[in-house]
Design a protein around this ligand. Sequence first.
Ligand code: ASP
Length: 304
Amino acid sequence: MRTRRSLIDLSDLAAGEIDEIFERTKYFESTRPSRSLEDVACVNMFFEHSTRTMTSFTLAEQRLGANVITIWPSQSSLAKGETIEDTAITLGAMGIQVLVIRHPEDGFPARVALAFDGHVVNAGDGTHAHPTQALLDLYTLREEFGELNGRTVAIVGDVEHSRVARSSVHGLQALGADVVLVGPAGFLASDFMPGKARIERDFDAVLRVADAVVVLRIQRERFATMPLSNDEYVARYQLNGKRLKTMRPHAIVMHPGPYNRGVEIDESVLEFAGWRYAKQVMHGVGIRMAVLDFLVNRDRAVAR
Ligand code: ASP
């Protein structure tokens, strides 16, 4: 019987469980090292490029004392025709307990979770979900503002192709924030997540009221042709020095990375006092330690 749990999207977590993960994150960020995954074998399989997520999952596993194995998909038996389900069965038979998976196809980690007798952690699937990125973004916002009730968080840019945006909308709503999605029609359909978030086209109007702005990269690997010219995009949606000056004095700017200078942000954003990118990256390790500990040791109240 399957008793273990996976994290495919934030909708897998109740609001109270998000808080529990944050409590564990705080613990791991202040108390190191920990051995709470000692003798637990974790496999990382990334079918898509990654710097931040891959490195921080690996660091998180190592800091928890796990046995860490990286499988490069192109060098695995998948290249010999083995299905991912059969790979998952094989890894389970070896006693692997955790599989961290990134894949360009929506739903791929959920499919693996059905075959694998262990915990699957979604490290990003297609345009569907990126739960650990959303958690680290929420954690950064909570650290900045405390409770998110009544706070306006704007997510700006290529929302349509963003798994970060989809997961974040779930999480922000669960924690009580007002979510505004901003972008041109080609990057944000008017029926995007209906009933969950307000849609705005005018970035300048939103900037004047937002407490936090999450800027997204144009995810060119996910579509064939730009729906508007680069110049038009930059003119309407780039966060630049001029626009930063119109923001509320306490407002912050976040980005899941990787960012493209000269496209969605200009250089002045990197010097802006409210730029929280480094904080997000830093919390990524603690959040991933907390998620792994939560899934593997969930019966223990808080990590020791
Ligand atoms: N790193 C994030 C992701 O994997 C955002 C991005 O690639 O633009 O979805």
